[in-house]
Design a protein around this ligand. Structure first.
Ligand code: ATP
Length: 300
């Protein structure tokens, strides 16, 4: 190969790498996290594609939340690399870190709303933090718009979290996560504690917003209906790693005992059947939560 051909090949390889990188919102390589002697992750790899809803499942304590915290910089890993939109999350100065943080919104487990602030004031927190020069009128208008986007009535804005139902609190948390128009949304067990109808409505709202806003969603859940109804792919955490990632059909084709038990156990089968019934009726997002949980619908 001539020197010119070698240079061209090297340039092509760089272009291919850049094109490949551009397909992913998140790339995790060789991640290790431990607390004292407890190793939670070891040599963990994960790719999240741009524009997908990736469900993250795994038994309790397998490290789903720690993985999310590592990606958003709240947990410094012992080893490994994390890239978000092609930018490494380590060794960033504050200005660079802020520029990356502005691209995501997070709904933590339980909503994590400030109890002494109203819903609107909660939604305004990231706006004040990242865009301190926005005037109060525009800030109020943005908050009202985000509240509306998540399906909450305008009257929810001046209420305190304690005055809302569980489902409304989740939506308020979602409105706050969307406050600064993120490209990437992290949802940690968003439907936990919701009644089946409220959970299905929340799923539907998530899917709608993801499509309309072109979001990438990293969604930790134990909710089989959520996996079936809105996730494009599912990543399974076990044995300190992501042991498989793919569509549910692809996961079912693997023979890992935990995956088989999870998706082929009684709840998994009920979720599959409910999804098939919903698809047959032409409504893929209506799920069989009520049947699964044997629960009466509560308030939303
Ligand atoms: N700050 C911490 N200090 C010590 N141990 C921690 C800390 N955070 C998490 N852990 C431990 O790491 C492990 C993984 O926790 P994590 O919350 O990520 O699990 P999870 O998969 O999200 O579980 P669940 O489904 O029950 O929410 C657990 O054993 C937990 O006790």
């Amino acid at each position: 190969m001539t020197a010119e051909e070698e240079a061209n090949a090297a340039e092509q390889a760089r272009v291919d790498e850049a094109v490949e990188k551009a397909k992913f919102a998140i790339r995790v390589r060789g991640l290790k996290n431990s607390f004292g002697k407890q190793v939670v992750h070891e040599n963990l790899d994960l790719d999240v594609r741009k524009g997908e809803i990736l469900g993250v499942v795994g038994g309790s304590g397998t490290g789903k939340s720690v993985l999310m915290r590592s990606i958003i910089g709240l947990q410094v890993p012992d080893e490994g690399t994390v890239e978000v939109f092609g930018e490494s999350m380590v060794d960033r100065n504050e200005a660079e870190a802020v520029a990356i943080r502005k691209r995501w919104g997070v709904l933590f487990q339980g909503g994590a709303l400030f109890s002494t602030l109203t819903v609107a004031e909660n939604v305004e927190v990231p706006l004040r933090e990242y865009y301190p020069n926005i005037g109060s009128q525009l800030r109020d208008e943005i908050a009202a718009y985000k509240i509306h986007m998540t399906g909450l009535p305008a009257e929810a804005g001046p209420k305190y979290p304690s005055e809302l139902s569980g489902g409304m609190r989740k939506r308020a948390g979602l409105a706050r996560a969307l406050a600064i128009d993120p490209d990437l949304l992290f949802l940690d067990e968003p439907t936990a504690g919701l009644d089946p109808i409220g959970a299905a409505a929340f799923d539907e709202q998530t899917r709608k917003l993801q499509k309309v806003l072109g979001l990438t969603v990293f969604l930790i859940t134990h909710d089989l209906d959520t996996l079936y109804s809105i996730c494009d792919r599912v990543a399974v955490l076990a044995d300190k790693q992501v042991i498989a990632v793919g569509t549910i059909d692809e996961l079912l084709a693997t023979d890992h005992p935990w995956i088989q038990e999870y998706f082929n156990g009684p709840r998994g089968r009920a979720a599959t059947e409910a999804q098939q019934r919903a698809k047959a009726k032409g409504n893929a997002t209506v799920s069989g939560k009520r049947k699964l949980d044997g629960d009466a619908p509560g308030r939303q």
